[in-house]
Design a protein around this ligand. Structure first.
Ligand code: ATP
Length: 605
């Protein structure tokens, strides 16, 4: 069986240039940063640029390794028979059949050819290693994950020179219901043997795995549905059932529960049922009602199918004012309804109302100051709001003098920004000053609310922390990425001359797949760059700066977002101790480590 190039090359079929010409083009790109567009296919050139922006090494392969990748997934279960059949059919061909997860981590590699297998070991194309583009550059696996489509990469098209003897064709495998990419099936052989047939075969294999997934999903959903119906017949009360893709809810639940209570129950149920445990949980609902939930996981021969939940209301909702439930107050100048962001807003408001001084912790640009300003304006629009920035003071003593003056002479809200930038002695002096002032404010009954923002305060600054009885965590943008849908139009309106600009769904998707280390401030900066060349109409992916096209993470499903929120909350409650957080969530240590990596959770110290 031959998998060789056809005589007529094309975008999907293979390189458009001879190997020596392509090798020269690659060399030119690596040395001079220029692409010969007539010699290099567009998909490959785009991937080379991405690889370069990720600083991938072109002269060696050194990849992250995961010791125990998760093999208990529907993808692995569904792929097993398909890959096994293909392996048998290709037993006399030097080709390797590979399955990866959505991060490009290799879950399975099969080949009967010893020489090829040895070579693949040398280039770490082996179980546990990640072939994501950001680690190894242009290749069949990573490049098809980035592009979301089947892609062949042949010989010198690879970014890393150690891969130049290989030809690989990767095809994404999608979930049949949600359409989400679950992983990639990739066929790799010697570059001299590779050709369009390889890509066709990869696509067909991906389709076969998707068919298996459909059957499996059908079986799992059917099992879940049967359990759900059984619970509805038995209970007569509130019943719902859920898994990663489906939520079922009976009429009783829809009639009795306010929408925000439904969402809260679904979120708690998803958390409670991880690890396939039965659970009975007491829940305080946003409407003021209390409920007890009985969660029962549903299992099938081919893995967990989700769970069925029965709910008993143990306390009625608060008396509502006429016209329905009291909406959450809108904080002026802020948007965002993600659970973690809302929790931060609620916490700051509660501290403001109680007059308790707080520190607000979070990554740069996460919105700490914006949140404090909004809460102040909401409660006391005409009151004084003063910000003193420790990073701007020439000397710590200048900063302390200004703080003292402000506290002596004015009421209202005082925000001490970036207090972690004060050197150790300055921090201790500030702590002593604040302790004195706080006691004086309590004695005199003056309304003087002080909050300090910081990225992280370590044990050396414990004195400073003691001056503030409370701390509120503001989540990084990637932990409430769904809020991008509200933030983008909001920020566009506030940018000069961008009032009529809107963002296309495709561009928004790309923005949502970024990690945003600089948070909302970075998003604002990106939009400002876009506005420099487009002031009206619709922002398309092509309008975004290159940093946004180098996507690093996938868009999470609503249930994944809930799971991520719960992990973050639990880590915050456990002060970053992963074992403790895992225990609180009923997860194994290995699972929480894997999920932290999958969701890109990265908490400040
Ligand atoms: N939820 C939000 N809605 C609207 N604008 C926001 C939101 N969060 C942040 N912003 C905007 O993002 C920018 C950065 O926010 P802010 O200055 O409050 O960040 P910060 O956490 O205090 O940053 P740093 O630690 O660098 O001082 C500001 O322009 C702010 O108005």
């Amino acid at each position: 069986m031959a998998l060789r190039h056809s005589d007529v090359p094309g975008p999907d079929r293979g390189p458009t240039a001879r190997p020596d010409v392509l090798a020269a083009a690659r060399e030119r790109f690596l040395t001079a940063g220029a692409v010969d567009s007539d010699k290099v296919r567009e998909t490959i050139a785009a991937s080379w640029w991405r690889s370069r922006s990720w600083n991938v090494a072109a002269d060696r392969v050194q990849l992250p390794y995961t010791k125990d990748p998760n093999l208990e997934t529907p993808l692995v279960h569904s792929a097993a028979p398909v890959l096994h059949r293909l392996q048998e059919q290709l037993s006399d061909v030097a080709v390797s059949i590979i399955l990866t997860d959505v991060q490009g981590v290799i879950l399975h590699r099969g080949t009967d050819d010893r020489v090829l297998a040895d070579h693949l070991d040398r280039v770490q194309l082996a179980p546990g290693f990640s072939y994501a583009e950001q680690f190894v550059g242009t290749n069949g696996i990573g490049t098809s994950l980035e592009g979301g489509r089947a892609t062949g990469v042949f010989g010198h098209e690879h970014y890393a020179e150690n891969l130049e003897d290989l030809g690989c064709a990767g095809a994404p495998v999608r979930h049949p219901l949600s359409g989400q990419v679950l992983g990639v099936v990739d066929l790799t052989c010697w570059s001299r043997d590779a050709g369009p047939l390889l890509l066709t075969l990869a696509k067909t294999t991906a389709e076969h795995i998707e068919q298996e997934l459909t059957t499996l999903a059908g079986l799992r959903e059917f099992a879940l549905f049967q359990e759900y119906l059984r619970a509805c017949r038995r209970s007569g009360g509130i019943v719902f059932a859920l898994n990663n893709d489906v939520v079922m809810m009976n009429d009783h639940a829809r009639q009795v529960l306010a929408p925000e209570d439904q969402a809260a129950l679904l979120g708690t149920a998803a958390e409670a049922m991880w690890g396939g445990r039965r659970a009975s949980v007491e829940v305080d609902l946003p409407s003021g009602a209390k409920a007890r939930m009985f969660c029962a996981p549903v299992d099938t021969d081919s893995g967990p199918a989700g769970g069925v939940v029965r709910v008993r209301l143990t306390e009625a909702p608060r008396e509502l004012p006429p016209g329905g439930p009291a909406p959450r107050p809108l904080l002026p100048g802020l948007v965002g309804s993600g659970a973690l962001w809302q929790r931060a807003c609620d916490d700051v408001r509660a501290h403001y109302r109680s007059g308790e001084w707080i520190t607000v912790q979070g990554e740069p640009g996460a919105g700490k100051l914006a949140l404090l300003r909004a809460v102040h304006r909401h409660h006391d629009p005409a009151g004084r709001f003063q910000v003193l920035d420790a990073a701007e003071a020439a000397r710590p003593s200048d900063f302390l003098t200004r703080v003292q003056q402000e506290l002596d002479e004015h009421d209202g809200t005082l925000v001490l920004r970036h207090v972690d930038r004060l050197p150790g002695a300055g921090g201790r002096a500030l702590a002593a000053l604040l302790q004195r002032q706080r006691r004086a404010a309590v004695r005199s009954g003056r309304h003087r609310w002080v909050a300090a923002t910081h990225q992280s305060l370590d044990h050396d600054e414990a004195d400073l922390l003691r001056a503030f009885p409370g701390t509120v965590q503001v989540p990084p943008l990637r932990h409430h990425i769904e809020d991008l849908r509200e933030l983008v139009p909001f920020l566009l309106v506030t940018l000069p001359s961008a009032e009529t600009l809107t963002c296309s769904p495709a561009a928004l998707q790309l923005l949502m797949r970024n990690a945003w280390p600089g948070n909302v401030a970075q998003l604002r900066q990106v939009l400002r760059t876009v506005v420099q060349h487009r002031r009206a109409g619709v922002i398309e992916p092509g309008d975004l700066p290159p940093q946004c096209r180098s996507v690093t993470r996938r868009v999470l499903s609503p249930l994944e977002a809930l799971e991520r929120d719960a992990i973050v909350r639990s880590l915050i409650d456990a002060q970053g101790r992963k074992n403790e957080a895992a225990q609180a969530l009923g997860m194994s240590r290995a699972t929480i480590y894997r999920k932290i990596r999958d969701y890109g959770i990265d908490l400040p110290r």
